[in-house]
Design a binder for this molecule. Sequence first.
Ligand SMILES: Cc1cc2nc3c(=O)[nH]c(=O)nc-3n(C[C@H](O)[C@H](O)[C@H](O)COP(=O)(O)OP(=O)(O)OC[C@H]3O[C@@H](n4cnc5c(N)ncnc54)[C@H](O)[C@@H]3O)c2cc1C
Length: 472
Amino acid sequence: MANIETDYLIVGSGASGLAFADTLLQETDAHITIVDRHAKPGGHWNDAYPFVALHQPSAFYGVNSLDLGSNRKDTIGVNQGLYELASGAEVTGYYDKVMQQKLLPSGRVSYHPMCNYLGFAEGVGRFESILSGAQTQVTVRKRLVDAVYFGPKIPSTHTPKFSVAQGVKLVTPNTLAQLWQSKDLRPKRYCILGAGKTAMDVGIWLLNCGAPPESITWVMPRDSWLVNRLCTQPGNEFFNESIGGQAAQMHCLATATSANDLFLRLEAADQMLRIYPEHTPSMFHFATMSKGEVAVLRRITNVVRQGRVQSIAPDAMVMDGGRVPMEPGILYIDCTASGVEPRPMQPIFQPGKIVLQLVRAPLPSFSCAMIAYVEAHYGDDTQKNTLCGNVPFPENITGYVHTMAANMMNQMQWSQDKTLRDWMRASRLDGFGKVMASADRNDTEKMAILDKLRSQSIAAMANVPKLLAKLA
Ligand SMILES: Cc1cc2nc3c(=O)[nH]c(=O)nc-3n(C[C@H](O)[C@H](O)[C@H](O)COP(=O)(O)OP(=O)(O)OC[C@H]3O[C@@H](n4cnc5c(N)ncnc54)[C@H](O)[C@@H]3O)c2cc1C
């Protein structure tokens, strides 16, 4: 068995592991070993459907030391006028570049793709090459970094929770773009199973590729609120929408009387969107959309709201709400993978170990870079965990209130620490920090927005505990 030594052993080279590694490399002289069972860095993006893209601007996704994209705005399509969204291919190309042009040339990173991590005991980790079976033992001088815990479930690698009768055609979104190759699988009707961001991507893709809206059935266990992408734009020219949007969100949190009321206020303030105005959503996973995308999806009118699918027979779906007759030969598209799996939160800094989780939702890249910065510069684990409080990812509209409470608590801690504040302002992953810092002090309109953000944040901090008490 080979033996190596390292300061940090990172398990997982997805968005989380690489954002952490990149910042740790910048901020320390540590040696890092990265192990992953995938052949390439980028984690789940390597297994995604071909028409996947970021739902937030590329400008603040990835790692701190390397820009993603060229900061251009889309001039055509459903994202017209808004900052570019990297495609899946761009994201995997980007992470390859991070590894080949940033991490490995530092001489302080050793990367082991196609290797299964086997475990860790008494300061020693072990992994095994998938191709040769050879095992390597890693003596870890500082910490094991679990960059797997927050990983998402995606259609191409998960197992559906419903059963399917023989002869029923069920595919993942990955198969759709290959339909041209198969005469047997060219359907006339489609049924999208699931109502998360992947399902929305599939709906838009089918319509854009020529499927008539009436050929699509959409199984929607729950309607979802969506973040209006206009409010996530990083450029100064969007100051009113982004920073003004933050102030509006704080005002909604300061005045809401229930979770439902909060989302209705956020919708009225143009912060949240929904696809079907006549239905009140209960789900919220930070899926982010433009109004253009929502308009496309509204063309799908055959929506089945009968809960989840339990099984699919050749002529019907058996659902929580009963049996729904279906045309034989319809192509079912499985979009039921849960995205972010609900997992119990645990302290981020533990003896000998770091478990990467969110410290600002919904931004995993920013969160993991921040955790690396805190690991590099702060004292004991109690202090580090105080600065990096866990932020739960919301399951539903109630969860959003908990998420915002934890987000605000962290933001308050960070704002009191000048070093951390300065690092955040300079970080490309922060999203709005630079926009706020660069606002001209003589611009009275922008200063009024910043004042409103400050005053409404204080008011929100006061109201959120009341809201949480009601929700409990
Ligand atoms: C379709 C889609 C779009 C998204 N869009 C956005 C977006 O626009 N903005 C945003 O902020 N977030 C977005 N996200 C969320 C997102 O991808 C995050 O980046 C998330 O944190 C995933 O990164 P990860 O590194 O935590 O997990 P993963 O990508 O799952 O990486 C974990 C890695 O660990 C490896 N691994 C696991 N177990 C082992 C083992 N035992 N041995 C060896 N290796 C192992 C896996 O091979 C994998 O490469 C999106 C998610 C999805 C699914």
